[in-house]
Ligand binder design. Sequence first.
Ligand code: ADP
Ligand code: MG
Length: 400
Amino acid sequence: MSPNSPPTFTHRQTQATKPEPGVNPLSIAPRKNSERGDGSSVSLIGVRKFKDMPLSQATQRGLAAKKFKELTAIQRATIPHALAGRDVLGAAKTGSGKTLAFIIPLLEILFKQKWGRQDGLGGLVIAPTRELAMQIFKQLIDAGSYHSLSAGLLIGGKNVKDEKDTVNKMNLLVATPGRLLQHMDETPLFDCVTLKVLVLDEADRILDLGFAATLKAILANLPKQRQTLCFSATQTKSVKDLARLSLVSPEYLAVHAESTSATPPKLTQLVATCPLDKKMETLWAFIKSHLTSKTLVFLSSCKQVRFVHEIFRRMRPGVPVAMLHGRMKQMARMKTFETFARANHICLFATDVAARGLDFPAVDWVVQADCPEDVPCYIHRVGRYVLYISQILTLFYRSW
Ligand code: ADP
Ligand code: MG
């Protein structure tokens, strides 16, 4: 982040009124321009645009540079509470802007405390997958580019020695649980006693990926006096367990709670049934008939992904094929991730590592060649992509 912008408060900053605990700012009608007055006393309630929020100029510039103007629903619901220093448990569909909903408070809270490079670790974001951590890190760097804070990324697959040299100097860290705990255990002088804000992104997933024990160990290393923000697409019971572990009387803010379906309405959802022994042929026929589409095919295991990718690659369908699964080396994962994000016509075979929080623009088809394990898994697989399109095809097999 750039060191050259001195901290400056906007004149409105100190006079903003906070929402009361238990109040969802979304339930209050937006204020009209005429009610805004001269800015001498500004309420956060009902604010729809970033420029009307009492944010530091550095954050405002970062947001403006990325052309973010209006807050999304989850941002309106959670940012005021987070800025007021409360613990937040936010749930909203994938693609609804949850990342900025915690990045903005992270930057602002440290900014308000006049946090500097020498003050140590102030904010920590934990994400379940490396790709998601990288994506969060990128948004953090973008939004925080005018702040003079340092930020680092701790993910597996990279050289741990390189990280050890810099990890102690960071004010903000984005990390996967395993690598973070490794640093807590092995890196001399790395401690988190100064931590002010902890963020858990895709919080329910951090539990169901089997991270529960790791997370408990991490939490034991963090100061009890801190603010905790948890975000997730689906608010499951396990998230509530998590809340019990680490949150202090949190604000529960679920933005999609009142909507009738958990998947966006624009989505076309199709189901095809075929005999089990025709699974490969059906998938092949689908890919051959969609050569100018960007397709994401979900399979159930790393082995399946490798197998299908290998045979389809050799058979040359006429569209580039790629694979993404958890056993790949980090460099290869990053390369596939970028290739798929950029390409217009491509078919990616993936396990559920690709289902969480990743931002792949303009996917035409999501094909579930292996069924999702449960309803939240289905929602995660489709939720992201339908912002831009889309169709989802689920294949079912019969054994007769
Ligand atoms: P989620 O974590 O809820 O799945 P993300 O935070 O990844 O969603 O955001 C999805 C997309 O929406 C990203 O490309 C992000 O840049 C964009 N976005 C986030 N907030 C806003 C906003 N206020 N206005 C416009 N676009 C936004
Ligand atoms: Mg997300």
